[in-house]
Write a protein that binds this ligand. Structure first.
Ligand SMILES: [Mg+2]
Length: 454
């Protein structure tokens, strides 16, 4: 997939030049000739990377970048500032308004493409996560919006084998972060090491090969997403490009400007925290999407999706699938006599007994209200009946506890069992037969297990 790049410059020939270079590499190019235009295009066209000229009449590059980074609609789009000269003040100012990177004019083709490639890769990841988060929000399973972060206070690991240089790095970073050297990291243990948010790696180490190390970090599943800032010697352009190719997230060259170092570290940490918060939102939403909140059992949606897969397999000659539906007898009475909290207590304890009565491969879920379904893959009818009876007994023989005083009440349940056949191509048909069996159990006086009619 090719990325979409928004090129912004007030001088048309500059725009056309960049456009040609990028199109030659099969990027899609969108253009804007002022900061105002750039903001509108960023909002409407969702580019993957923005190349932003610094010197423009009206809104200059800094102000444009600041506005883009303040707007939740465009905050996630990486911005590369294009400066007339490699000027330190511009870099610092750009980083402080949230720019992700810099290029100086005249633009070096290889550097340009390396930056665009690495930043659009990052955008691909955030887009995917943002989409999934948006879906979660629509279903109401995500409620905490991603908050803004100052990119400080992070554990930063310094890998530099020159003692003087590493000490200087540490002192600089200490003003905003919690830096540490390799020796300290070793004494942290796995949990402490997992809390590292950024690595600063020197590529001129004698005792280790910084680039090899960076590549190794990228290849390991636990550290795959760990941001890496590589330090290279001023004139080593080849090495810089290699580093970016290997997945290093950013580069700073010697002699190190302390302010620039701090700003780059901050940007990387902010960006990573943003991605991590998206990731954890998505994980939570996945978890919530398949789980019943009161009981922690699977919910109906998940159960039905699993059941249809199992039925498919059974239909193609796989082992039969049995299901049971269990319903708490006279549950309404519990709610009426003792209140809904007591009702919730009963549901929770019922779920615990249910879960502990089944095998790991069985799938227990709350079907709704006081109704529960258990799917038993590869289970013959006679075995399903034995398992259902065991559940009934475990509910009826031990009292339930409700309220703060843990008052005891007796609970029973009725259970209907059905076994999937060649005719059950859909979950609802099988569940309906189990439900009919459950209805007979209720009719016959409750607290019993009935199988589907032959
Ligand atoms: Mg200009």
């Amino acid at each position: 997939m090719t990325a979409r790049v928004l090129v912004v410059d007030d001088v048309e020939p500059n725009v056309r030049l960049l456009e040609a270079k990028l199109q030659h590499e099969y990027y899609t190019v969108i253009t804007a000739f002022s900061g105002e235009q750039a903001i509108i295009r960023a909002q409407t066209d969702n580019p993957d990377v923005i190349l932003l000229d610094v010197m423009m009449p009206g809104l200059d590059g800094f102000e444009t970048c600041k506005r883009l980074k303040e707007d939740p609609r465009t905050r996630h789009i990486p911005v590369v500032m294009v400066t007339a000269l490699d000027q330190r003040q511009d870099r610092i100012k750009g980083l402080s308004v949230g720019a992700d990177d810099f290029l100086s004019k005249p633009i070096d083709d290889v550097a340009l493409l390396a930056r665009v490639r690495s930043l659009s890769r990052f955008k691909g990841v955030t887009d995917e996560l943002r989409n999934r988060e948006a879906v979660g929000k629509k279903f109401g399973v995500i409620d905490n919006a991603t908050s803004r972060d100052n990119g400080q206070g992070a554990r930063v690991l310094i890998l530099e084998d020159d003692a003087k240089r590493s000490e200087r790095l540490r002192r600089t970073l200490e003003t905003e972060q919690r830096p540490m050297l390799m020796e300290e990291a070793n004494s942290l243990g796995p949990d402490g090491q997992a809390s590292v948010e950024l690595m600063v790696v020197s590529t001129s180490g004698v005792a280790f090969d910084g680039l090899r190390l960076a590549a190794h970090i990228r290849s390991q599943s636990v550290t795959r997403n760990l941001p890496i800032l590589a330090i290279v010697d001023q004139d080593d352009r080849q090495l810089s490009l290699r580093a970016l190719e290997l997945g290093v997230n950013d580069i700073i060259s010697r002699p190190i400007d302390e302010e620039e170092l701090l700003a780059r570290v901050r940007t990387l940490i902010k960006r990573n925290r943003y991605v991590e918060s998206l990731r954890s939102n998505v994980d939570q939403s996945m978890e919530k999407a398949v789980t019943d909140q009161l009981t922690g059992l699977h919910n109906r949606r998940y159960m039905e999706s699993q059941l249809s897969g199992l039925l498919e397999r059974a239909k193609r000659g796989g082992a039969p699938v049995s299901v049971l539906i269990a319903d708490i007898d006279h549950f309404k009475r519990v709610n009426d006599l003792f209140g809904h909290d007591a009702g919730d207590d009963v549901i929770r304890q019922f779920s615990e007994r249910l879960a502990s009565n089944f095998r790991p491969r069985d799938l227990a879920c709350r079907f709704g209200g006081e109704e529960f379904v258990v799917i038993m893959p590869e289970t013959l009818p006679e075995d399903a009946m034995i398992i259902a009876e065991r559940l009934r007994v475990s509910i009826a023989t031990e009292p339930f506890y409700i309220g703060r005083n843990r008052d005891q009440i007796d609970i029973t349940c009725s259970v209907g069992v059905a076994v999937g056949s060649q005719l059950d191509d859909r979950p609802d048909r099988l569940l309906k037969r189990a439900d009919e069996a459950l209805y007979s159990a209720k009719q016959c006086g409750r607290n019993r297990v009935m199988a589907q009619a032959a």
